[in-house]
Ligand binder design. Structure first.
Ligand SMILES: Nc1ncnc2c1ncn2[C@@H]1O[C@H](COP(=O)(O)OP(=O)(O)OP(=O)(O)O)[C@@H](O)[C@H]1O
Ligand SMILES: [Mg+2]
Length: 249
């Protein structure tokens, strides 16, 4: 399908509610968003604003109640099982707590999505090497997660997320469990993934330093809604104001 404005991700009037003991709760409320191919896009907002839910709507870990989610010009809610598998392959995801398999080596962690998608042994070996080289951990292939630092664990998670050669990487607070120096090294890897591999990066964060270091565009969420969207190079001062408003600074 043609995609005239070159958005790789487009949400239109998307809502998502959850059943709670007190009734239905609207976590994402009529949100619209367009993310350009090759962008580094930040999503910020107070706790509970709906950031993680919004991110999970993109790869259909959450299904929207209403509204449209388009990825690469495809309406993801209309995909067949095979289509959904392709979508998942084209979108990597990383998390605050890394979510590595503790009983598997680094190499097996990276190989995991490839095994799910039925890659051959030779493909897996090549791809694992390639992805560990991207994150600078070739020498840790046989280590177990418990033997790694937090920053190294997140780099393994990035390698795993890249294993299927996705065009999009979703990052949910990927540096929130890391100290500032380690955060910088992970952001450097993400920058390289964006610049050298052309992967579109969408990152939820509460750290304005992360937004400044990595993001070209930012959306601000509040009570499930996208209340503001701006590009960081046109927004000197705006970031500081927003940080104050969100009590980040
Ligand atoms: N599966 C669920 N069932 C019930 N409520 C949920 C579910 N997932 C999220 N919520 C609620 O929806 C709201 C938005 O959650 P979400 O995790 O998207 O927020 P967030 O902006 O990522 O917050 P944080 O910064 O704390 O991670 C919260 O009030 C949360 O409790
Ligand atoms: Mg969250």
């Amino acid at each position: 399908m043609s995609n005239p404005d070159d958005s790789i991700i487009r949400l239109r009037n998307v809502s998502k509610s959850f059943a709670t003991p007190k009734g239905s709760f609207k976590a994402v409320d009529n949100a619209s968003l367009a993310i350009r191919r090759g962008d580094t896009f930040g999503i910020i907002g107070t706790s509970g604003a709906g950031k993680s839910t919004l991110l999970r709507l993109v790869n259909l870990l959450e299904r929207p109640d209403t509204g449209e989610v388009h990825v690469d010009g495809r309406d993801v809610t209309a995909l067949s099982k095979a289509g959904l598998r392709d979508l998942r392959r084209s979108i990597g995801m990383i998390f605050q707590q890394f979510n590595l398999l503790q009983n598997a080596t680094v190499a097996d962690n990276v190989a995991f999505p490839l095994r799910i998608h039925g890659a051959t042994r030779a493909e897996i070996a090549d791809r694992v090497r390639e992805c560990l080289a991207i994150v600078g951990l070739q020498d840790k292939a046989d280590a177990y997660p418990a033997q790694l630092s937090g920053g190294q664990k997140q780099r393994v998670a990035i390698a795993r997320a890249l294993a299927t050669r996705p065009s999009i990487l979703l990052c949910d607070e990927p540096t929130s469990a890391l100290d500032p120096q380690t955060t910088r090294s992970v952001l450097d890897v993400l920058k390289e993934v964006n610049q050298k591999l052309g992967v579109t990066i969408v990152i939820v964060t509460h750290e304005m330093s992360v937004v400044r270091a990595l993001c070209r565009n930012v959306a601000v969420m509040e009570h499930g809604r996208v209340v503001e969207q701006f590009s960081t190079d046109q927004a000197h001062g705006v970031l500081t104001d927003i940080a104050k408003e969100l009590h980040y600074a």
